[in-house]
Design a protein around this ligand. Structure first.
Ligand code: SF4
Ligand code: SF4
Length: 424
């Protein structure tokens, strides 16, 4: 693990602001791992906020809902922050924020839900892992083996991002209510709320309202503290063996933003159609944390936080370590978008790659215990079986190997390529 410059100061004290309703949203049919959804609406249909607009006939998928009220004007190919391009449902807003099912569920009703009912509501709400993984949550909360421990991931270890931090500060009570539901759902007796020590306000909030059943685990701020296996190791002092998943050692890890979405689905009957996004970087004058309807093009967020002081040379969705550079500001916010970063030419400069000097820094620092320099060589020679034998599947794509390499080798890019080739 490494200690990075945090660069969180510009937005850590800024409360979440609600973005003005966009005139048009572009809601991708794929915002999750699994089968791409098919539209349940057609061009010309009138929809309201929260209405189901796409689903799939498959076990692994997450439903998609309208994020604004208005008219479906197109179902078309559109830029996508992860996939490059993807079919999207275009809704032109009518300016109202009329909801499909405005309701509040009583505490007694929520308490009466069984684990199966909780999972079903999560499925219907289209909830996915909002920390970046995008795996459908109703499947994650139905592990194939018994689980006794839930770790709530409030690490948010990527520099610049504060969307989870602000959520923890402003919605701690709601997150606690969501944690109870998740613990019930997976049958966890032990609950740890893991927060990095660079978020004192969030820690204070949870310490003031948490009952003794939940342990607050204050972790050193380092990267990638929020990786599931790294978090388990640092909270429980337990290792998830190579090739295994957390449930193999009876643990489930769930991100705080996802837990908040679960709270909203269960208590407010609200599907996942909006999320908190940090908009920041050196090119923006007025960085903010925004509550944004899914499908809003990021240029709307950038304009709202403007003016732009310097023309950005690079726009990243996500954090600077694991996020993805974008080729257009038309890409929409999706369920896993935690940040939009705007970097200047100087910051975005790509240094020339040199020969490996075999210093071993990438091997020493890899949190997955891999040898990125050797996987890099296998990948460059298209020796995919060799890359597999080196355990490439365990790479969490954290980018540390690139960060520490004095020769500026593009290690993570070649490691990702090897993973893709093996998956094919
Ligand atoms: S090989 Fe993967 S897990 Fe290891 S440092 Fe590089 S990106 Fe991170
Ligand atoms: S850190 Fe870079 S130079 Fe050092 S061993 Fe790894 S690839 Fe080679």
């Amino acid at each position: 693990m490494v200690r990075l410059a945090e660069c969180k100061d510009k937005t850590e004290h800024k409360p979440i602001e609600v973005l003005l309703l966009p005139k048009k949203v572009y809601i991708p049919l794929s915002q999750h791992l699994g089968k791409i959804c098919v539209p349940e609406v057609k061009v010309g249909d009138l929809v309201v906020r929260g209405q189901l607009i796409a689903s799939a006939q498959a076990h692994v998928h997450a439903r998609v809902h309208a994020s604004i009220s208005g008219k479906v004007t197109a179902i078309q190919d559109w830029p996508h922050p992860v996939l490059g391009r993807c079919k999207a449902i275009v809704i032109e807003g009518d300016g109202s924020d009329k909801l499909s099912s405005p309701s509040r569920i009583t505490q007694a009703e929520v308490d009466s839900f069984s684990a199966e009912q909780i999972r079903n509501i999560i499925f219907e709400a289209g909830i996915v892992g909002m920390g970046g993984a995008s795996f459908p949550t109703h499947i994650k909360l139905n592990p194939p083996k018994p689980v006794d421990t839930l770790i709530v991931n409030g690490a948010e270890c990527e520099p610049f991002l504060n969307s989870d931090n602000r959520l923890m500060i402003e919605k701690a009570k709601e997150i606690i209510a969501g944690i109870k539901l998740v613990a019930k759902c997976v049958g966890a007796k032990n609950v740890y709320i893991a927060i990095e020590d660079n978020k004192p306000e969030a820690i204070k909030q949870f310490q003031s309202i948490c009952d003794k059943r939940y342990a607050i685990s204050i972790l050193k701020s380092q990267y990638p503290q929020g990786g599931e296996k790294q978090l388990i190791k640092n909270v429980l002092r337990k290792e998830v063996p190579r090739g295994k998943l957390p449930f193999d050692i009876a643990v489930v890890v769930q991100n705080v933003a996802t837990i908040y979405a679960i709270y909203e689905a269960l208590y407010l009957a609200k599907p996942l159609y909006e999320r908190t996004v940090t908009v920041t970087g050196s090119c923006i004058d007025n960085p903010k944390n925004l509550l944004v309807p899914i499908g809003t093009p990021i240029k709307e967020l950038i304009n709202y936080c403007g003016p732009i002081t310097t023309k950005p040379a690079k726009i990243i969705i996500g954090g600077p370590m694991m996020g993805l550079a974008q080729f257009t500001d038309e890409v929409p916010v999706i369920k896993s978008t935690g940040g939009v970063l705007l970097f200047s030419e100087k910051e975005a400069r790509v240094l020339e790659e040199e020969f490996c000097i075999r210093c071993g820094a990438c091997v020493r620092e890899c949190p997955a215990g891999l040898m990125p320099c050797l996987i890099n060589l296998s990948s460059e020679k298209s020796l995919w079986q060799q890359a597999k034998d080196y355990g490439v599947a365990d790479c969490i794509e954290c980018g540390i190997c690139n960060y520490v390499c004095p020769a500026k080798r593009r290690l993570v890019q070649t490691v990702k390529r090897a993973k893709l080739e093996i998956a094919k």
